[in-house]
Design a binder for this molecule. Structure first.
Ligand code: GTP
Length: 595
């Protein structure tokens, strides 16, 4: 146990966490150079394409230190995006220390601060590391000062490294041995293993990543999942090196995987405790805090016969993503689907992409919305996560909307743009502090204004230099109305949105215009109306057209004709028939373009 070091790498997106982790593997000769060609910690396709780390992963490596002893390092990877804060905190439960990696040119960013504070709260030893010192713009002294001022930890001994060239990486490994404490725990006690992550493998069933807090977990013995009291025979335990390496036993302090033939999808929930069946522990390891989804959207299969597949796929995803919520929903326009809850927009996009890519589903997603609290004239309080469920205007007393506190760190030259953006989003400034070249500014903003496009807008307003972190603070009464969209006189429930009254006119007009652009011409004129209650605030018409779009190509260029047909087919893929009108996916997301 003295020779185990469990740690995480905390870094803002793109500050070099994965590159550094790969260097560690290389120095510890866990992989050959050829295997190194791809970054290993980011294992999913999707992650590689998006270049961000989504699911926490772990790697165990052996390190022969300068003191001549061999150590086992368990690196628990953590994601860097604001939507995935909860995964950071759950990865940190398995660790005794953390490396805080900061880009020597970019400096400290809001997200890094938030994650680092989580680590400090959980009593982890935090070692600051300044990366990318090979860059001409690197300014390690300034970054050290920022770490001390903004994060509040001593950075005088911070290592200056380049994950790219390998410079200074050996020193980090030595500091890990020296400063990060070995795990504690009772090797002789009854087994307690904390489930850090679980996922479904088609061949093995449920695989769980666990940290052995007390005792030992043997292959070939029976274990119990404490929340359900179900017993299972452990068929395999092992380490990710990063390849799967079977071992006979996982001992106190180790982080490894366990397979026990669990077939039911929620058989080993994240945050639960495993114990041994013949000598069970009496108490569970204190679990992680339950996270609540804050953004909701409807997910509907384009092909109604995929409904059951969608249900099963959601259940599998939920196994290792406890933040994902779903329940059946029926829409007049879209048929049977699910109302899903997400942490934020990125989380939503990723879930949607995984469903489509890994499970081959073809989906229509409705515009994201937050949860509104509605006090009705009868004195009831409703939680509304679906605009089409908002009671009629005359039955509503007050609508409360969620408000967040946003911390933004931005270089001084972009401050003006950030303030303008936040004001436009109905923000109220709370504080402002100059920290060297950066400004830390905080705002309270309606969450509905943030989930839609705030992050992208902030990035473009600051050329990518601002960083941002947010927390829910309270619900607040607000003057909100429901904006409906009527197509040929019929309300399309899945297109309704809730907006602030002052913005309703502009939104309504922009939405109708956008609908006109995205709804393809049909055999008949299509009337689009935006309404509030019975009041029509905007109207557009999509003119009729002959259906055969290739007709206008007058024979001639066959490739062009084929392209057009392809395009038409592609468009069809994500269309829903509404009466005689086909509505494409883009229409359901039109609100994102008019926000
Ligand atoms: P996420 O997985 O998205 O959170 O990013 P990350 O923090 O893991 O960053 P990643 O390791 O993917 O590195 C981001 C970019 O920075 C890549 O293009 C790396 O090649 C580059 N990079 C990483 N370390 C260094 C370094 O020391 N010097 C230079 N010049 N570039 C680096």
């Amino acid at each position: 146990m003295d020779h185990i070091r469990n740690f995480s790498i905390i870094a803002h997106i793109d500050h070099g966490k994965s590159t550094l982790a790969d260097r560690f593997l290389q120095l510890c000769e866990a992989l050959t150079d050829r295997e190194m060609s791809a970054q290993v910690l980011d294992s999913m396709d999707l992650e590689r394409e998006r270049g961000i780390t989504i699911k926490a992963q772990s790697v165990s490596i052996k390190y022969k230190a300068d003191d001549g002893q061999e150590y086992q390092f368990n690196i628990i990877d953590t994601p860097g995006h604001v939507d995935f804060n909860y995964e950071v905190s759950r990865s940190l439960y398995a660790c005794e220390g953390a490396l805080l990696v900061v880009d020597a040119a970019q400096g400290v960013e809001a997200q890094t601060v938030a994650n680092c504070l989580t680590a400090i709260e959980q009593n982890l030893e935090v070692l600051p590391v300044i990366n990318k010192i090979d860059l001409p713009a690197a300014d390690p002294e300034r970054v050290k000062q920022e770490i001390e001022e903004i994060v509040g930890i001593d950075a005088s001994e911070a290592l200056c490294v380049s994950a790219k060239t390998g410079q200074g990486v050996h020193e980090i490994l030595e500091q890990i041995v020296k400063y990060i404490p070995a795990p504690k725990g009772d090797p002789a006690g009854p087994l307690k293993a904390l489930i850090i992550d679980s996922w479904f493998d088609n061949y093995l069933g449920v695989v769980s990543l666990v940290k052995i807090v007390d005792g030992e977990l043997f292959a070939g013995r029976k274990m119990r999942v404490m929340s359900t009291a179900h017993d299972y025979m452990v068929s395999e335990v092992g380490l990710f090196t990063p390849k799967r390496l079977k071992v006979d036993v996982l001992r106190t302090g180790q982080v490894g995987y366990v397979v026990a033939g669990i077939k039911e999808i929620d058989g080993a929930p994240v945050g639960d405790t495993l114990t041994q069946s013949d000598r069970p522990a009496t108490e569970r390891v204190p679990g992680f805090k339950q996270i609540k989804p804050r953004v909701f959207a409807g997910l509907f299969p384009v092909d109604a016969s995929d409904y059951e597949d969608l249900r099963e796929a959601l259940a599998k995803l939920r196994l290792n993503d406890s933040a994902l919520h779903y329940e059946p929903e029926t829409s007049q326009a879209l048929g049977f689907g699910f109302r899903c809850g997400f942490l934020g927009m990125l989380h939503m996009e990723i879930v949607q992409e995984r469903l489509e890519r890994e499970y081959g589903l073809n989906l229509i997603t409705t515009a994201p919305t937050v949860i509104y609290e509605v006090l009705t004239s009868k004195g009831e309080t409703l939680q509304v996560d679906n605009p089409s469920r908002l009671p009629p205007l005359d039955q509503i007393e007050i609508i409360y909307e969620p408000i967040i506190h946003a911390d933004i760190l931005v270089p001084q030259e972009h401050l003006g743009n950030v303030i303008t953006l936040c004001m436009e989003k109905r923000g109220v400034q709370k504080s402002m502090q100059y920290l060297g070249n950066q400004v830390a500014i905080s705002f309270e903003l309606p969450m509905s204004e943030v989930v839609v496009d705030f992050f992208d807008r902030l990035k473009s307003a600051t050329r990518g230099y601002a960083s941002f972190d947010y927390n829910f603070v309270r619900n607040q009464a607000s003057n909100l109305v429901k904006l409906d969209v009527l197509i040929n006189g019929d309300r399309v429930d899945a297109l309704s949105i809730i907006v602030h009254k002052d913005k309703a006119q502009i939104h309504g007009r922009a939405l109708a215009e956008k609908m006109k652009e995205v709804i393809p011409r049909q055999m008949y004129d299509v009337a689009i109306q935006a309404t509030i209650g019975s009041h029509v605030i905007a109207r557009e018409t999509v003119k009729a057209l002959r259906k055969n779009v290739t007709a206008k190509c007058y024979g001639g260029d066959i490739t062009r004709k084929r392209k057009l047909l392809e395009k038409q087919k592609e468009g069809k893929r994500r269309m829903k028939q509404f009466g005689t009108v086909e509505i494409p996916q883009a229409a359901f997301m039109a609100i994102l373009d008019v926000g």
